[in-house]
Design a binder for this molecule. Sequence first.
Ligand code: ARG
Length: 462
Amino acid sequence: MSQDFKPWGGRFSEATDQFVESFTASVTFDQRLYHHDIRGSIAHANMLAKVGVLKPDERTRIVSGLQSIHKEIDDGKFTWRVDLEDVHMNIEARLIDLTGEVGKKLHTGRSRNDQVATDLRLYLRDAIDDLQGRTGQLLNVILDQAQQHPETIMPGFTHLQTAQPITFGHHLLAWFEMLLRDSERLEDCRRRVNVLPLGSAALAGTTFPINRQLVAEELGFDAVAENSLDAVSDRDFAIEFCAVASLMMNHMSRWSEELVLWNSQQFAFIELPDRFCTGSSIMPQKKNPDVPELVRGKTGRVFGHLMALLTLMKAQPLAYNKDNQEDKEPLFDSIDTLRDVLTAMTGLIDAMKPNIDAMRKAANDGFATATDLADYLVRKDMPFRDAHEAVGRTVAYAIDEQKSLDELTLEELRKFSTEAVDDSVFDVLTLEGSVRSRNHFGGTSPEQVRAAIARARKRIKV
Ligand code: ARG
């Protein structure tokens, strides 16, 4: 193939400006679509032969040419040429190199516009399946940790202030719920990704007697796109994926923030494994939680990609515009980032060791059972607002006395509330009594946590 070959060169009388060539090229980043591009081309050639547009032996030569190109790329022996602009034209040019005239017939009834939309959907569908597998692993690892800790007590927080005692298992299950919804969103997004654009050609369809259903079946698409203009131009499926990815990153970022806090000397709730941390070049005592910090940090780029794609699309008239070439890098980077983040979180959650004593002590020091005392007074017939007030004064007193609530005497407790307080109050003032009593669907009691874990195992679909 001569250096100045351009599949679209016919109408041009001067060579492309060197700068314009590289400015308009996408091959440096879209070459990762090669597998899906070749799959799509093989399905297209098979269909063209079935409807009689290609002769059987032409189909055979095209398909085997495409297969050897796939192997060349796999083996790193393929030369990508920027002057050939993108992955599609690089592969087509090589096909013509290998098969001669017959290779020029592959593009019959097709355009790069429906080709690239097809490639991208195939690529994203595989990426979603891979991400779902990783999400499933993380979901299971959360349950494995939770299973160890249905009774482990820690403080639950609101406003990052100790609020009420909870079980560590219950806390972990909160992250499980968020991630399970993310997984459902991925599944839902996949349904709209898995629609075939091929056959739309440049924008208006083709004059050849194509059979799009056949192509859809070969490529595993659930449906054929109904409208050719829409199919070649909209990238809402990529935007939707980035929105789902952003929500997932949002969850992973919040969770990472918690891991960073909990791993600090001040909290010391968990110990992260050495192999997931790094040291400081100047402070020898440091063991930094770089992995969760980076998960938190990488969230910004995925949010940014969502905004980039929304902005990319917002002013495009129908149908295809070259703007859409800019869809790839944000999409690819979102996929790559999310994949690594799921791997990182799975490793972290699997290996983190909770410091049970520190968690318990923090719950105990924070008057976490104050609400339990108020509820107790209500059961002794005190209106809740009065009980709230009485417990507030009790806590203030305990702070002065440097005692925890369960260290107060019956007399001290009665002084701030009612004579009706009896020995049974100490059952509710203990951390164990407190969590045990929140024993309803969705509550933090060990019994509920065990039941929730059993249900959760069955709710994982991926
Ligand atoms: N590289 C192009 C893209 O990513 C392929 C489609 C080009 N189509 C065109 N009419 N120039 O969008």
